[in-house]
Write a protein that binds this ligand. Structure first.
Ligand code: PEP
Ligand code: MG
Length: 642
């Protein structure tokens, strides 16, 4: 395995690129690859190149917990199994609907596999036997499914290596059937347990993690020293999973439709013999997180090119490292603030290395994401103190919990509306906090407890109205008074309370909000989602998700102008703040403070130091006259190549 760190994105979040032949293959067109490698495109969300064996995420616990049921539990357990079957059917139908996006060859390969899975979810032996075990043996559904899936798989495997001495084709087909039944068993158990996260601890060091979907809670558990790259079937460029992966610096390509099934089929074909549950024969893959390209079973030529890219990127990182101590100033001397976003405390060393001037966005969700219960005031205060101390006096902007939408956790399960059909438009962020003020009070108290030691700012997520800001301030001041009464040492003036601008209502009302908010931070990830009515986490609409759409740019411009008029500090902390292509435009629009994934800071700093304010302003004027997003991208590229 070889890999380079997923460094900063040097472009705005990429659209799905057109399938292209890598330059190296064009150069050596005379030499036929000795293997039939296959290339897939998706959304490159964290740059870097990695080569390694595919490892499929163990989506269900290796062995389901066995439990004996009371007689009265049998009926509900059978219903639970039925619900898990229905959920699995819906998932497979969704996958099948996606097949239309694949090439005919790929469709021909995957469709029969999905049909086989679907058949097992009909009146199959697996389900009949599992239901019988629940009813007669009073076994819980997870155990019944796991045991029956394994028993059936063993039967197929034994048939494949039976006494008659089967030929290789029979053996391969039996092995495939055994793996199919295990796969459907895992899917059912996963849907039965609704496991909040998966374990990646058993995956081999240096592997490429391949999975249909990775939730933010899963991504938070990835150890970047074990996993060289990530490829998923689902996902968007600016969803929280992508943000986590960038924070961890893992080269990643998301939204590679059908890849899990293709890689699985390849692994099965290479195995030729029964494989163990949860494991398949290793298949090599090259992941290029920059180009959004994944190559399955790469040829020697592709491997060689990948290794060259690894070396080149390492050299570039070293060169950029020298910028660490240089100030972030435009060529005319104007200062620009480059801060870091922090998702996980594990990023702190990287933030120091990148030379960040503080933390512009501390996403506090990490404290809640894989927790079974809410962290109390002391636990939270300790976590915030750790971050504040590590920043050695640089300002830390702590955002209150932004829960809801695509983020899920056991600890917060009781606070969210069950079956909410549009969670991104429902109880999310500040709305959820105001509905459950005790969660907010605990968090505010924990932050205030560390505010006596270092500069801290507090930021509210998902604000839409002035009334919300006022209600939050009232709670904030009440918590401050209570702590003072208890003798907690607080600064004479409470830390600034600011807001995220991430809804069109907040951007359009920025002037009014800025009268009462002490600072503004523009969150373009959500601002783009809500302005364009495009789910940031959806693969299906990823081509429409564009934070540089003229409508979004206008809202960024209005917010910036309002803040500057009222002399309120304003920054931008969405993912585009880490794009060297976009930052000159944003500087031309008046912004001077950016907070980004730490690894993006050196390349952004390089661009800042090379640009003049005049040319940035000219660029902004040109871009803001454009109505075509394609032209805007073109103008930014032309500026970068000037
Ligand atoms: C944003 O929406 O741009 C933002 C920074 O917040 P998050 O990505 O955490 O939703
Ligand atoms: Mg947001």
């Amino acid at each position: 395995m070889s890999t380079i760190d997923g460094g900063p994105d040097d472009e705005r979040p990429r659209r799905r690129p057109a399938p292209a032949k890598p330059a190296v293959l064009r150069k050596r067109a005379v030499r036929r690859p000795e293997r039939q490698e296959r290339r897939f495109t998706g959304l490159g969300v964290c740059s870097g190149v990695a080569v390694g064996p595919v490892a499929f995420a163990a989506e269900a616990p290796a062995s389901a917990t066995v439990r004996r049921l009371q007689a009265s539990e049998v009926e509900p357990e059978l219903r639970r199994l039925d619900e898990a079957v229905q959920r699995s059917v819906r998932q497979l139908e969704k996958l099948k609907a996606r097949l239309a996006f694949l090439s005919e060859d790929s469709q021909a390969e995957i469709a029969p596999l999905l049909d086989a899975y679907r058949q097992m979810l009909g009146p199959s032996r697996l389900l009949r036997h599992a239901a019988r075990r629940i009813a007669e043996d009073q076994l819980n559904a997870e155990a019944a499914v796991s045991e029956e899936a394994e028993a059936l798989a063993q039967r197929f495997a034994t048939r494949g290596s039976g006494s008659g001495g089967p030929d290789a084709e029979d053996a391969a087909s039996a092995s495939r059937q055994a793996e199919e039944v295990r796969e459907i068993g895992r899917r059912l158990v996963r849907n039965l347990t609704r496991a909040p996260f998966r374990s990646f601890a058993a995956l081999p060091v240096g592997c490429i993690l391949v999975t249909e979907q990775l939730r933010p809670a899963d991504a938070a558990l990835i150890d970047p020293s074990r996993i060289a790259a990530v490829v998923t079937d689902e996902g968007g460029t600016s969803d929280h999973t992508a943000i986590m992966l960038r924070a961890l610096g893992i080269p990643s390509v998301l939204g590679v439709t059908g890849f899990t099934a293709q890689a699985g089929a390849q692994a099965g074909a290479q195995a030729g013999a029964p494989v163990q549950a949860g494991a398949r024969a290793p298949v090599q893959v090259v992941v290029d997180g920059e180009a959004g390209l994944v190559t399955l079973d790469p040829s020697a030529v592709t491997l060689e090119a990948a290794h060259r890219a690894v070396v080149a990127r390492a050299g570039e990182r070293q060169r950029l490292g020298r910028l660490r101590r240089l100030p972030a100033r435009l060529s005319g001397g104007e200062a620009v603030e480059l801060q870091a976003n922090l998702e996980l405390p594990a990023e702190l060393p990287l933030i120091a290395q990148a030379g960040a001037a503080g933390i512009g966005l501390l996403r506090t969700e990490f404290l809640f994401i894989n927790a079974d219960e809410l962290p109390d005031e002391a636990v939270q205060a300790e976590a915030y103190r750790g971050v504040v101390e590590a920043m050695g006096g640089d300002c830390v902007t702590i955002r209150l919990l932004d829960w809801g939408s695509e983020k899920q956790s056991e600890a917060m399960a009781g606070f969210l509306a069950p079956g909410d059909l549009n969670p991104a438009l429902g109880l999310r962020g500040l709305r959820l906090l105001l509905r459950h003020p005790s969660v907010m009070e605990t968090q505010l108290a924990a932050i205030l407890r560390v505010s006596g030691d270092a500069p801290v700012r507090i930021m509210l997520p998902m604000v839409t109205t002035l009334a919300e800001l006022r209600a939050a301030r009232e709670i904030y001041e009440r918590v401050g008074r209570r702590l003072r009464r208890r003798g907690v040492r607080l600064p004479e003036k409470l830390p600034p309370l600011g807001i995220m601008i991430e809804t069109p209502a907040a951007a359009l009302g920025a002037e009014t909000l800025a009268l009462e908010a002490e600072f503004l931070a523009i969150g373009t990830n959500d601002l783009a989602m809500y302005t364009l009515a495009t789910d940031r986490a959806s693969t299906d609409v990823s081509a429409l998700y564009d934070p540089l759409h003229p409508a979004v740019l206008r809202l960024i411009g209005q917010t910036t102008d309002a803040a500057l008029r009222l002399r309120r500090p304003v920054s931008l902390c969405g993912e585009i703040a880490g794009s060297p292509l976009v930052v000159p435009l944003l500087m031309g629009m008046g912004l001077r403070s950016f907070s980004m994934n730490a690894s993006a800071i050196p390349r952004v700093k390089q661009v800042v130091r090379q640009a003049s304010l005049d040319e940035c302003r000219r660029l902004a004027r040109r871009v803001l006259e454009e109505s075509d997003p394609g032209q805007i991208a073109q103008l930014l590229r032309a500026f970068a190549a000037r």
